[in-house]
Write a protein that binds this ligand. Sequence first.
Ligand code: NDP
Ligand code: MG
Length: 401
Amino acid sequence: MTQRIAVLGATGSIGDSTLAILAAQSHQYEVYALSGHHRLDKLFALCQQFLPKRVSVPTAAVDDFAKRLSSAGLDIDVVGGEQGLIEIATDSQTDTVVAAIVGAAGLPSTLAAARAGKRILLANKEALVMAGKVMIDAVKTHHATLLPLDSEHNAIFQCLPSAIQQDNTQIHQSEHGVRKLWLTASGGPFLQQSFAQMQQASVAEAVKHPNWSMGQKISVDSATMMNKGLELIEACHLFDLPEDKINVVIHPQSIIHSMVEYSDGSFLAQLGSPDMKTPIAHALAYPNRIDSGSQPLDLYALSGLEFIEPDLQKFACLRLARQAMQAGTQATIVLNAANEVAVAAFLNGQVRLTDIANINEQALTDIQLPPLSAAADIEDILAIDQIARHLTDKLVMKLVQ
Ligand code: NDP
Ligand code: MG
């Protein structure tokens, strides 16, 4: 039976990789729905290529986009805004939701997919950073399936016993001898450069990742190592472990995508070319395997694999992520929101790359909120997100003046 797929964030980098696999495997998968935000010409071209049944665009663009599709003879239902994304994510015809919107904007639709009991292929790590408990509870209560696309989390998933994989990947209570998780990090474009050089980095230098080709926000996050910080928080929720059970190691070659350390001393690792098509194909086909179209790893061509302990002074964002995880969900929401604002300010040329960590730290210090109650829901989370964005905007304005 064909799996009907909704790709939320179809116009982005994860969207590209997903649609390349779906195009090559069209006998198994149907592209049921797509979404885009700014890149609507690209979305239009994708509609012509994949002929989805539904498409979501920003509310203000619905009428024009619908006219454009119908003039081209395409009969596609156009929905708009956050509600449109939720409609697609919860549509009874949607089997699998690829959650590939960047940032907090992806949270409501990803959570809606969980509450509708869908199979979710999760790239949108910010959803777990902001609302890990709410998301995981929804997955469990509504018998959804959460499969990580983030290469590190997908690697760990693959290295876990199938009993844990099938129990929503929750390790905490298990007796399978998992001692630690090891998240690998490339170290980004500034690994070999001094902090002073990093201070002078241009936007073009910061988004030029040595191994991976990704969207702008995650590329900046990789340069500051905030990406690894967000992934640490993501891993805590996904695998139900405290942050001190998760280590980060810099592995500049990005060949080992992460590891699980067991109590008998075994380290299980997943290796592959740095290409997101591999984890996406894994999650699409799980528990089976399909061709991802990625270049197989050439072991003879590898000259060596290195492992380095991260410098937490240079990469302060990683330290802040641990600190926020220890402080609680309210702090991880603040950190995520502050970081989104700070990264946007860097991309707009308003602040330096190294200011991002300072802004994030200042936001965590200034915005002291009581811990969220166990009954906190998405409205409470989004309220904190808004407060944090507002106050971080002010911090950025102070720096700009
Ligand atoms: P991109 O910037 O390439 O794509 C982001 C997608 O989200 C685009 O389709 C964009 O639409 C859409 N979008 C942006 N803002 C909004 C909004 N406000 N409302 C609705 N849609 C919106 O990012 P990536 O593909 O690189 O990353 C997507 C997610 O996957 C992120 O959370 C990232 O952390 C995660 N991830 C990415 C990896 C990668 O290799 N790229 C690896 C691991 C995780 P449009 O382009 O039309 O504006
Ligand atoms: Mg990753």
